[in-house]
Every structure is written in C-alpha cells, then in structure tokens.
Design a protein around this ligand. Structure first.
Ligand code: GBH
Length: 484
C-alpha cells in the first residue's frame, strides 16, 4: 500500500446481524422469527446448530463493544430483530418497549465509545407470526405496510442517534435462498425433498419484488417524516460477486456479462432501485413470471437508495449454459482452464480470495449506478478452522491474506480509479451462527469458544486494527487518511 489516501470521514468497522449473534431468543418479550424454528428442523443446518445462544451477544453486548474498541473501529454495523420491537410483527400488533430499550442502550453504549451505529432493519429474521398469518414476504399488500410501520417505529425510537440506515440485507438471498433454493428460512422450494410446499419458478420473483417495494416504502417514510429533522441517510445493501469469463470463448464472454447482468444486476435487484426498471434479460428469461411494477411503484422505487450498500466476497469464472435461473443460466467455477485455482479456497465452497475482482466490481458498480459505495460486508472463512485447536485458528493466515489483498484493492479503487468508497465493514466481528452452515463455518476476526463464550482476537483482527491505526495517524497529520 503506497501513497494512498482515504477521506477523513471514511467509515471503518465490522458487521454482524441480530440472529447470528444475539441468542436470548425469548428474552424480554421477543417473538419468534422464521429462523428460530427453521434452524431447529433436523438437516437444515450442517451441524444442527440453531440461534438460541449464538454468541450470546444480547447479554454480552458490552464485551462486544470493548472488542470493537480494541480494534479501533469508528463504526459498527448491526441489525435490529423485528420481532424484538414488534413480537408479532404487524402494524396493529403491540410494540415491545423492552426490545426498544435494549437497542437503545446498545446505541448509547456505542456512541459513548465514539462508535457510529450503522443499522440494518432487516437481516432475514422475519417475525414468524407474519409468515403464519399471511405468508410473510409473499403477500405484497400486507408485508409492505407492516415493514414500513416497523421501520417508522425504529426511525422514531433511534433516529435521533442513528444517522445511517440500511433497509434490507441482500434481497437476492431473501428471495432465492428462502423461496427458490430453499436453503434458508422459510425454506420454501419446488424441491419436495426439501419442502412440502413452494414454487421455485414463481415465488422468488414475487418475494424479490415485495422486498424492493417494502424497502422503497420505508425510504419514503424516512424522507417524508424524519430525514429533515434527523439528518441521516438511508439505503439498501445488495450482495454480488464479480464475474469473469472462464476463457476467451465468445459464448463465455457473453455469459460473464449475463451473470453480471442477471446474477448481479438483475436478480440482485439493483437495476429497479437505481435505474428504475428490471433489466431486459430478466424480462426475457422470466416472461410473465416477473411481477410488473405499476407506474406509481416504480416512481417510489427508482432512486430510493441514497448510496450503494455492497456486500461482496468473491469472484466467479463463468461458463455459458446450464438451467440455473438463479445464476442467469450460467455455471460458476473457480478452476481455470489450465486446472489452477483462482485463489485460496475458503471453508465454504462458494468463496475464494481474488482481490482483483473486488477492485473490478467496485469500478463496475460505481460507473453503472453512480452512487457512493459503502462496502457493508466483506470477509473470509478459513478452511477447517472449526476443526483446529484455538491456537491454530487464531493464526488465520488465509484471512489475513484475504483482507490485505482487498485493502490494497480498495485503496487502489479509491485513489487510482476514483471510485467514491465511503466505508468498509469486515464480516464479521465474531465467529457466529452462519445460517445453513450452523457454527461450522467461521467468518470472525475474533474467535469464539462456544463452550465458554470467550472471545479471542485472531491475527486478522489484529492486522485490521493495525491498518486502521496507520490510517488514523496519517489522517490526523494530514486531514486525509494516508497509508504509506
Ligand atoms: C452474507 O451473504 C450474509 O449477509 C451474512 O449474514 C453471512 O454470514 C455472510 O454472507 C457469510 O456467508 O450456493 O446458491 O447457496 C453473502 C452472500 C450469497 C454468499 C449466496 C453465498 C451462496 C449461494 N451469499 N452465496 S448458493
């Protein structure tokens, strides 16, 4: 890293999500979420793990803040569990003051340490009652109103202190993993071995559509009733990895653009939010299965996000063909034509290190959507870390390499390419409940011993703390952060 500069207001921190860390699932009046029961069904998580305890952060949040402090962060991205705020979820259901108080205390404790809260309103833990009552995300008329009401309550309760809001984490995952592949709660799918009900050809597109609308309505509520007095900003966070053609076969070159347009641009729902329409490919692929936006809806959706929230982890090599609509009818691989691997393999099959792809993706998104970017998640799970001794796990060389490469790539994107990146959040502060992987896959820069719930900084956590320290010192001396 040489001669690179970051703006002085750059947000630097780590991210987590409520269901992955909080535990205490019945404390203080919390209602169940769709992940509570789903994770308890045998076979839904790799190791049979569920969210009942997780990293016990509901009770240990002060410890977590001390940890954040030790890493020198300036911001913390966490999510609010809807069913702690409104246990039954709906707009006519009672609000739970104890749930509000818990997040309020968390926010105050962060601010007391000089840490800026960056808050996600929805990271996949839909109140179970809404799923049971009317089908949750499948029911447009109901869910959009209930979500907007929940968002309003959060703006009212926390918006005096929270100035950075994310409406949704990763619509692609909500829609496709929850209602298409059926890997995530509520686990609906056409695959009858997986789910007794569901239709993977239609439901993901209905859900994706409704998620976008709910997001847009929450943004409207914020702009109309809170933005002027509270002065914050609001946006959405989308997942998406870089795509490269497998080789120079024109079909694969075209497929890589398709994978980008479809898996990133289209299926990932960026184009409606930023450009105001579903892309052509998506319309062609799905025909009448793609719900239409009314003129009124599209007016609401277009431009709803004030910045680009970017969750990204890896790069895929793309081969044309196959029947996977969720990948835009392309196949993904990490193995190059000469048999070599793109990068270092993580514990999860879908993730390898490839910093050049991170830089390319930031450039692509900034040129296409012209919005400032917050990298709201980026991280790595070391292969077999769960099977190592704690000492071995703390020496997480592959994760250090991942972050080092991506830091360099990001600084190059900012300084050399002129991409407007406003913040970076590593995933994750702690090892935690990794959804369908249970506790077997560890993404933390901090090791969690699940027997004792003790936290131990890994080498990667120390590495990022050092990078942050250097950035701060240089910033103080020059009013811009510089890494030499
Ligand atoms: C993030 O999603 C989540 O926001 C976070 O909660 C999670 O802990 C973190 O990743 C680490 O996984 O093979 O079809 O199942 C990352 C985006 C998109 C990455 C789906 C994995 C697997 C596709 N994810 N992808 S599939």
């Amino acid at each position: 890293m040489s001669n690179t500069k970051l703006p002085g207001d750059f947000m630097w921190g780590f991210a987590t999500a409520s269901f992955q860390i909080e535990g205490s699932t019945s404390a203080d009046g919390r209602g169940p979420s769709i992940w509570d029961d789903f994770s308890r069904i045998p076979g839904k998580t790799l190791d049979g793990g569920n969210g009942d305890v997780a990293t016990d952060s509901y009770r240990r949040y002060k410890e977590d803040i001390a940890l954040l402090k030790s890493y020198g962060v300036q911001s913390y991205r966490f999510s609010i569990a809807w069913s702690r705020i409104i246990p039954l979820g709906g707009r006519n259901d009672p609000v739970n003051e104890k749930g509000i108080k818990w997040y309020s205390d968390l926010i105050d404790a962060l601010l007391a340490e000089g840490i800026v809260p960056f808050v996600t309103l929805y990271h996949w833990d839909l109140p179970q009652a809404l799923h049971d009552r009317y089908g949750g995300w499948l029911n447009k008329e109901e869910i959009v109103q209930d979500y907007a009401n929940y968002a309003r309550i959060c703006f009212q309760a926390f918006g005096d202190r929270v100035k950075h809001w994310l409406t949704m984490n990763e619509p692609w995952c909500i829609a496709i993993l929850g209602y298409g592949r059926g890997y995530f709660a509520p686990g609906r799918s056409s695959d009858r071995k997986r789910s007794p009900e569901g239709d993977s050809t239609t439901e993901p597109w209905i859900v994706g559509h409704n998620v976008i609308l709910a997001h847009a309505h929450a943004c409207k509520v914020y702009r109309e009733s809170f933005k002027v007095t509270q002065g914050g900003q609001i946006g959405i966070t989308l997942n998406g990895d870089w795509s490269m053609p497998y080789d120079d076969d024109p079909a694969n070159i075209e497929a890589a653009q398709h994978a980008l347009d479809v898996a990133i641009g289209e299926l990932d729902f960026r184009d409606p939010i930023y450009l105001g329409h579903y892309p052509e490919h998506m319309r062609r692929m799905l025909g009448s299965r793609l719900p239409e936006f009314t003129a009124e809806e599209i007016a609401l959706v277009k431009g709803s996000s004030e910045f680009y929230g970017m969750n990204t982890y890896t790069t895929n090599l793309i081969i044309a063909g196959g029947d996977d609509e969720f990948q835009g009818l392309t196949r993904y691989t990490f193995t190059r034509p000469d048999g070599s691997q793109l990068g270092t393999q993580a514990h999860c099959s879908w993730l390898q290190t490839y910093p050049e792809g991170f830089r390319a993706l930031m450039n692509y998104l900034y040129k296409k959507y012209k919005k400032p970017i917050y990298v709201t998640e980026n991280g790595f799970a070391v292969k077999d870390e769960s099977y190592m001794s704690r000492e071995q796990a703390l020496a997480d060389h592959d994760r250090v390499e991942y972050f080092q490469g991506n830091m360099e790539a990001m600084l190059a994107a900012i300084v050399k390419d002129g991409v407007d990146v406003k913040g970076y959040f590593g995933w994750s502060l702690l090892d935690n409940f990794e959804w369908a992987d249970g506790y077997e896959t560890r993404f933390g820069v901090t090791y969690v011993d699940y027997e004792t719930q003790k936290r131990y900084p890994k080498d990667s956590g120390k590495f990022l703390a050092k990078v942050r320290l250097i950035l701060t010192l240089c910033w103080q001396s020059s009013n811009t952060m510089a890494v030499v």
